[in-house]
Design a protein around this ligand. Structure first.
Ligand code: SF4
Length: 399
């Protein structure tokens, strides 16, 4: 059961959505899930973004105050791919390359653990077949360390893997009786864009480039499910492709497919940001971003939308009640200190806008009643310095 995406299918859905858009109403909180056609019709409709946002928040109800968090931990910023929008691309001479040693990874995980973080995303670049084994080894080592330290959720973002490579990555991970892996691990593979022409323009077409194969990337989650993984994280890099309805329909079809396979699904829709050695334009407007998150939240109440601190605080506050995860941290290699993090653009994958310590970021929402799974706030940090005033629309839970 592999995911197949054709332009014809997406265009047919968009044509039907265009017919429905003038008369579509906001989904009621108690109604069933909108179809992919409905989601596209909501995008194409004249419904104001704030009404869509209010409907999405209402639909989440009390769950809007129950989120998860994790921090990214880049193990290396090397990469064999050539994605034009990314600071880590192999042909970027301006990036200062770093790879964390196993001892550094251990110290970083211990630092995060001491600061109350119980979930981590392990990241590398993407590699050609011959160097992929090296990256899998680095990640496998870091994964083992995280699990031994008691991290409750580990996300793995290391590019597309073949069946034998997934088996190698997961070789030390305990399995359940049904053969699926026991700990909570999530495989993250963002397609970035589902439009093949845009993909080719940004990710390249050279067969020597491990990222250039659109179909291989699209099939990564199906291979992961076959290897026993239970959770996956597809994503768009908003702003690469200006045909946002096309991107919305495509990721919605992908998420439907993954949910139908019985997988837990996280959905990432980061916006294009500045990176070392590029002049990326701004991805898309704030209202377009909020509209995209609102419609995905309405369409997939059982999936979790991942919001990151690539977004500034004022956008976080608009979007957070529709999201399932707020991830805070740095995109530099081994960046964490006892009280903060390094954010050097010249050694990072991309720019992080909100560079406050995650205690301060999470603490502000905790002070408003939000609970974060996988974060145990220290007494001196949780909600101690709420600088952002409570925003209308962020539900406050009784807890
Ligand atoms: S987006 Fe990923 S695969 Fe592409 S250059 Fe950056 S790190 Fe490498």
């Amino acid at each position: 059961m592999h995911f197949e995406l054709t332009e014809t299918r997406v265009r047919e859905i968009l044509a039907e959505a265009a017919r429905r858009a003038p008369s579509i109403a906001l989904p009621e909180a108690s109604a069933g899930e909108p179809s992919v056609v409905d989601m596209a019709a909501l995008w194409l409709s004249a419904l104001p973004v704030e009404e869509l946002r209010a409907a999405a928040v209402a639909r989440r109800g009390p769950r809007a105050a129950d989120l998860e968090t994790f921090s990214p931990l880049y193990v290396t910023n090397t990469c064999d791919a050539e994605c034009r929008m990314c600071g880590m691309r192999r042909d970027n001479p301006e990036l200062e390359r770093e790879t964390a040693s196993p001892a550094q990874v251990q110290r970083q995980l211990e630092t995060l653990e001491r600061r109350g973080i119980r979930a981590v995303a392990l990241l590398t670049g993407e590699y050609r077949r011959d160097t992929r084994r090296w990256a899998i080894g680095l990640t496998r080592d870091a994964l083992g360390r995280a699990l031994r330290l008691g991290f409750r959720h580990v996300l793995i973002n290391i590019g597309s893997l073949a069946e034998d490579e997934l088996a190698e990555l997961l070789a030390d991970v305990p399995r359940r009786a049904d053969g699926r892996i026991a700990p909570r691990l999530t495989l993250c593979t963002f397609q970035e864009t589902y439009d093949r022409e845009t993909y080719r323009r940004f990710m390249g077409a050279n067969p020597d480039n491990p990222r250039a194969d659109f179909e291989r990337r699209l099939g990564n989650f199906d291979r992961a499910a076959a290897a026993g993984m239970r959770a996956v994280n597809p994503g768009l890099l908003l702003g690469l492709c200006r045909d946002l309805p096309y991107e919305l329909v495509s990721i919605a079809l992908h998420v439907r497919h993954l949910l139908a396979r019985g997988l837990e699904v996280f959905v990432s829709v980061p916006r294009l940001r500045q990176a070392s050695g590029t002049s990326n334009a701004r991805g898309l407007s704030d209202d377009e971003f909020v509209r995209m998150v609102a419609i995905l939240s309405l369409g997939f109440p059982e999936a979790k939308i991942v919001l990151t601190t690539r977004e500034p605080a004022e956008i976080q506050r608009r979007v957070l009640p529709m999201a399932g995860v707020l991830s805070a941290g740095s995109s530099a290699v081994a960046p964490y200190t006892a009280t903060g993090a390094r954010f050097p653009l010249e050694a990072s994958q991309f720019e992080v806008i909100d560079q406050r310590p995650f205690e301060e970021i999470l603490g502000e929402y905790i002070a408003q009643g939000v609970r974060f799974e996988n974060y145990e706030a220290r007494a001196e940090s949780a909600g101690a310095r709420p600088r952002i005033p409570r925003e209308a629309g962020l539900p406050v839970s009784p807890g």
